[in-house]
Design a binder for this molecule. Structure first.
Ligand SMILES: [Zn+2]
Length: 153
């Protein structure tokens, strides 16, 4: 089973009978954990039929928003992945759209529709600092032990 299948749970989605659109964005792996804004187009592909046309989208293959070019604030997963799908129920309170499946794909440069509004969550930084302090302490300890054993011989 690949990662996409794990995240999307096809059975639960098959039971979901509202409108479900999908949107694919590309973000650099360095953006993991960051807050971003996604510019959502007014016309989205239907998730159920992959834009092929089904009963849920009136055979059009597309789901239209009443207001195009809306901004969707979002926090990216902390773990950088090749691809992930985030399920967003009712992403816009005043739109009929029942679900947005946001496919996030790692890429060298971000999609034009994506804008980073903050860097990765800063809570991780003290951990890194502590790790580097511990590493230096270990190095000093190793140097002392190594130095002593040199003098002993
Ligand atoms: Zn459809």
């Amino acid at each position: 089973m690949n990662r996409l299948a794990q995240v999307t749970d096809p059975e639960a989605l098959a039971r979901f009978d509202g409108s479900c659109a999908k949107l694919r964005i590309e973000v650099p792996p360095a953006w993991a954990g960051a807050d971003i804004e996604v510019n959502v187009p007014g016309k989205l592909a239907c998730w159920h039929c992959d834009a092929g046309g089904c009963d849920r989208c009136g055979r059009s293959g597309a789901i239209r928003l009443s207001t195009p070019g809306r901004t969707l604030p979002l926090r990216l997963p902390r773990e950088p992945r090749d691809a992930a799908v985030i399920r967003l129920p009712h992403p816009f309170a005043d739109e009929a759209l029942g679900m947005l499946m946001l496919e996030i794909v790692a890429a060298g440069s971000p999609s034009p529709s994506c804008r980073r509004v903050s860097t990765a969550v800063s809570a991780e930084r003290p951990g890194y600092r502590m790790a580097s302090v511990l590493f230096v302490v270990l190095l000093i300890t190793a140097a002392i032990i190594f130095g002593r054993s040199c003098f002993d011989t």
